[in-house]
Design a protein around this ligand. Sequence first.
Ligand SMILES: [Zn+2]
Length: 293
Amino acid sequence: MIRETGVKHRSGNKCVQGQMYSMKPGNRPFIELRLQDTEVYQGLLVLVNRDHPVRHQEQQTEKLPGYILRSMHAEEPDISLERTCLHQLAALIDACEATDKITVVSGYRSSRKQRQIYESTLASHGEAFTASYVALPGASEHQTGLAVDVGLLDRELDYIRPSFSGEGASGVFRDLAPVYGFIQRYQEGKEEVTGIACEPWHYRYVGYPHAAIMEQRGLCLEEYTGYVKDFPWGIRHLCYEDGERVYEIYYVKATGEETDVPIVTGGSAEWSGNNQDGYIITVSRTDRNQEQA
Ligand SMILES: [Zn+2]
């Protein structure tokens, strides 16, 4: 067992010291879950970029409540997001005590909407700007309902590049985001990997503890979905402990139209496709040490 200590995270007003280690699973009891190949393209951890376009088209989304929404573009009069993403975003803004400081300027976009935004930005801002800040239709995370652009209300808001510099409320938001399952998706220094310029305003929901692990390890989503493949089922699992729960994460490659995916029993399980070639399984249970305390 290789233990290492991560950076501290605030969760509400308490600190969470996340610990990561890899474990040999041995003969763990498990059940099998039959997943379809189409499910590779669905879930909270799908990687969407130029090389991995959106394959699952119909997203279930919910409209944002008025208090965290500023409609700024004719193409986005209403803003909606995937359900869990929306609820976690509202909780995050609430935790930042920033409902009057932070607003949402963009959320879910259909492929038609993404195309219109791409074309109107191209016409108004030119090719170089559009290539840096607006994803090609089909390659935008906004088409998953899991991406959100946020801006500060006390600045002049720009629809394509809202102000979210990291000062004041945006700094608190950035620090707390991983605890609520969000990552700043396009960071400085990762442009070569993501193909997108640094965007301090664009957050992506991937769920907890994945966001916390990515933050601690300095991995973008392209790198993280690759990293998780180093933890294939039954060989080596990735564990993350935050003092309350233990999370066990592993990868299962899709083997055809249907794959029988092993799910470790004794905890609550979640799974997601990676939009490439397989599934990421997350099983969480109460921390044993905590139970004994
Ligand atoms: Zn965005």
